[in-house]
Design a protein around this ligand. Structure first.
Ligand code: ZN
Length: 312
């Protein structure tokens, strides 16, 4: 089965069975800024790493990346969006912003589960970001939008603080919401205050569509091209090749199973996707990058353009 189709199928299946999901993404963008014109194409390889298979998934994806790097003699950094948040039961049972302003007891802490593995990847140039699903918002539709946003803001602040306390070494600055679903752009004020400067959750083309079998719907994209808005650099994905980290390894997690044949096929397709990008770079210029690196480059542009820039 075509991987892209397979991913769509998995995504749909997950929406029915388990909210945990999503993707490795390879969007790219071209800069309009003349100083970046000759090497303006940036390819981002990103992974949402979010299950207890995280260590295996990271290892398999890294192994494929290293093979392609050697073959094409190109550096391929990866952005790992690591899931960190409270337990599922808290999101569906608790219903006050006060509760979510408390420090975390139970949590799914992907940073802890894969700490040495992530440390190693960060040291070789990868970026470590944060992945978070707005479970309460999506699954407590009995609560008002304002109540759920208050809860979400409280929880994002609490979780971000917990990440800083437990895992300051990763200096997390980027994030992606689960399902690529942002319930309200006001949450970025909280995220900015918590040190999040880069968002990779905007999903153009999904406005009005339902999220994860709920009645929640995607907002209109705040931007359809990478752009800094009120201190957050939004990098929407448009041209996307998606995989799941757990699609790289055989498993049976109950809500998803994968046999050896399909795992092998998925790894091959992932390798081919990166190879195609590497070939494009070899022929037409550009580079693989991380959001932080691209943001640092963009900052130079921002300095000369009164704090605002855009990419096509
Ligand atoms: Zn997810």
């Amino acid at each position: 089965m075509n991987l892209r189709r397979h991913v769509v199928d998995c995504f749909r299946r997950l929406q029915r069975t388990d909210p945990s999901n999503t993707a490795a993404i390879i969007p790219k963008y071209e800069s309009e800024h003349p100083t970046l014109s000759t090497t303006s194409e940036r390819y981002f390889v990103t992974v949402d790493a979010e299950t207890r298979l995280i260590r295996k998934g990271v290892r398999e994806i890294s192994r494929i990346r290293e093979r392609i790097e050697k073959h094409f003699r190109v550096e391929i950094p990866i952005v790992w969006f690591v899931r960190f948040q409270r337990s599922w039961s808290e999101y569906v049972e608790k219903e006050t912003a006060d509760y979510f302003s408390n420090s975390l007891n139970e949590a799914f802490d992907g940073f802890e589960l894969a700490k040495s593995s992530l440390r190693y990847r960060r040291d070789r140039g990868d970026e470590i970001g944060w992945h978070y699903h707005a479970y309460n918002y999506v699954h407590r539709e009995d609560l008002s939008h304002e109540t759920r946003i208050a809860i979400l803001c409280s929880d994002l602040a609490s979780c971000a603080q917990a990440i800083r306390q437990r895992h300051s070494e990763f200096a997390v600055r980027s994030m992606r919401f689960g399902w690529f679903f942002i319930p309200d752009y006001r949450v970025f004020a909280v995220l900015r205050a918590s040190g999040i400067r880069i968002d990779a959750s905007v999903r153009p083309g999904y406005e009005g569509k339902k999220v994860a079998d709920s009645n929640a719907t995607y907002l209109a994209p705040i931007t359809v091209s990478p752009q800094r808005i009120s201190g957050t650099w939004f990098v929407p994905y448009t041209r996307t090749f998606a995989i799941h980290d757990w699609e790289m390894v055989t498993h049976n997690l109950g809500w998803t199973k994968l046999g050896r044949g399909q795992a092998d096929a998925n790894r091959d397709e992932f390798a081919q996707a990166i190879s195609r990008a590497a070939r494009n770079i070899a022929e037409s210029g550009g580079s693989f990058s991380t959001y932080e690196r691209a943001d640092a480059e963009a900052n130079m542009v921002v300095d000369s353009q009164a704090g605002r820039f855009s990419y096509r």
